[in-house]
Write a protein that binds this ligand. Structure first.
Ligand SMILES: [Zn+2]
Length: 333
């Protein structure tokens, strides 16, 4: 499975419970996937097209629960392209103007013709929960990410510049550096550094994917270090690397899910020293602390960190089970 699909699956499992967030996510998905159709007599419709059935289901639920609309869902099977399916969701009748005005996306073009404005000042996206929901919708609709094993690259291919500006504003407010370029008439907002991508994943609530990214990063970093090291007993070296890798994973997990700041200072300093020195022995780590401590003391603190990570993992797994039965979850299958 591609890295994009991993993120997508995780995002689809996220419940959107508050009304403000239902609307924020719907705004992003409407800007990303929606298009206007005219039917004569001043009537128009808004359609969403996607080849991902779980995503179509999610938009359906958002339209229904967020705005009380009754969209029509149609699945078109193509005779060509190996029977590929496209989902078409249509909002029509009185629902269509209601959708656009609730999303504040209705606008008259220069010729008086109705158009869809894709920079939505409403919902205002002031709350953290809504920013997360908007970014989630944006990624689900138009986001993609290269496998971090290959390179660090995440992008949002926006149908219009307004949406690109909205995404860039949200990223900028979260101190995440992004750039944009025009490609085939579309504005592409992209992130190029591992740090920026990690923070963007956190912003949209894809913590699992962030963990995976951190793991790949550590593996890459360690491979480089192992390659650089010479004159060492290879066997011992690998064992030490395995232990260090497990420690870094546990510490990274705690950092992503809980933060290192709430930890007692004694644990925090060992955790930070390990992250900065993946190839140091426990003895060397002890020497880096202020005041320095012995190998067995470092070992005891490290064991405590590992058990905190395990407890946290169990707690989150239990919460995820509960979430699985929550009211609004669109199953991916
Ligand atoms: Zn909200």
């Amino acid at each position: 499975m591609s890295f994009s699909s991993t993120i997508r699956e995780a995002l689809l499992r996220e419940p959107a419970e508050r009304e403000c967030c239902l609307r924020a996510e719907l705004a992003a998905l409407t800007q990303a996937l929606g298009s206007l159709g005219f039917r004569g007599g001043g009537q128009f419709s808004v359609t969403y097209q996607t080849d991902q059935i779980p995503l179509a289901r999610r938009v359906f639920v958002l339209l229904k629960e967020g705005l009380g609309l009754s969209p029509q869902l149609q699945i078109v099977k193509h005779a060509r392209f190996g029977g590929k399916k496209t989902c078409v969701l249509t909002v029509e009748g009185a629902d269509a103007p209601k959708l656009l005005s609730e999303m504040d996306m209705m606008e008259a073009g220069e010729d008086g013709q109705l158009t869809m404005r894709r920079t939505s000042p409403r919902p205002a996206l002031n709350r953290q929960c809504c920013k997360k929901a908007y970014m989630r919708g944006a990624f689900l609709g138009i986001g993609s990410m290269t496998s971090p094993e290959k390179s660090y690259h995440m992008e949002f291919t926006c149908p219009e510049e307004g949406m690109a500006q909205q995404i860039e504003r949200l990223l900028e407010k979260a101190d995440i550096p992004a750039r944009h370029q025009t490609r085939r008439g579309k504005t592409v907002v992209y992130l190029k550094s591992a740090d920026a991508i990690a923070d963007a994943l956190t912003l949209m609530g894809a913590n699992q994917a962030r963990m995976e990214l951190e793991n790949v990063r550590i593996r890459k970093q360690m491979r480089g270090q192992i390659a650089r090291m010479s004159n060492c007993d290879e066997h011992n070296d690998n064992r030490m690397m395995d232990a260090s890798l497990a420690q870094i994973r546990a510490i990274t997990f705690v950092r992503v899910e809980y933060g290192l700041y709430p930890l007692p200072p004694a644990l925090r300093e060992v955790a930070e020293a390990r992250l900065q020195n993946p190839d140091a022995t426990l003895e060397q780590l002890g020497q880096l602390l202020d005041p320095p401590i012995g190998k067995s003391a470092v070992n005891a603190r490290m064991r405590r960190l590992m058990s905190i990570a395990r407890e946290l993992e169990q707690k989150l797994a239990a919460q995820a089970d509960e979430k699985g039965s929550a009211r609004f979850v669109t199953p991916a299958r």
